[in-house]
Design a protein around this ligand. Sequence first.
Ligand code: ADP
Ligand code: MG
Length: 230
Amino acid sequence: MALIELHRLDKRYTTGTLAVQALDLQIAAGEFVALLGPSGCGKSTVLRMVAGLEAPSAGTLVAPEGQATGYVFQEPTLMPWADVFDNVWLPLRIAGMRRAIARHRIEALLQSVGLSEFAHAYPSELSGGMKMRTSIARALVTQPQLLLMDEPFAALDEITRQKLNDDLLGWWQAQRFTALFVTHSVYEAVFLSRRVLVMSGRPGRLVAEVPIDEPYPRGPAFRTSVRYAE
Ligand code: ADP
Ligand code: MG
């Protein structure tokens, strides 16, 4: 059963730009799919449409409701006046869950993303990688069916990025959400996913779909072979 289904989807912005044209794609529940392509080919537009933040101009789209979707941007956008715990609590707070009720769930999540020691640190005290971990925890705290990530690690250094790639696969395997990961790194797309969707052109179209026949968990040998292939 497809969790996400796009059929002949177009997006034309009010400025007149046709950003995405005739996009067909299906993603099954539980998949980890990468969306790869150069800057400007419409990747973020696709993600925003899947999230319901932007309406398609033509075609049909089936995707989980907003509440069942977590979204992670390249810029962590944390509230600077709140500590890590309260930043992660935010989506639950909006949903009406009191701090005391949410505490256990948040503590367990902070533990799994490696932030237990930082629960009461403020964003300004965190490294880029830690801010990204906080942002991912905030996206996962509602236990979403779908996690959309828009070039989340692009601004991080190589070592931090690889560690997050490894950990992300672990969280995905533990929590069983469906993942749609946008990147312009071939390495990252191949390392993370079982299927790479390639977009290109203006307007952006889907130009290729590449299966990655390497089972999880993926060990150091696979990582090295992917690295040298880029
Ligand atoms: P990518 O994420 O692959 O870099 P985008 O989806 O951001 O691509 O952009 C695709 C095209 O749509 C680009 O030409 C961009 O300028 C245009 N675009 C993106 N967002 C908007 C917007 N809010 N209004 C008008 N044009 C936009
Ligand atoms: Mg983008």
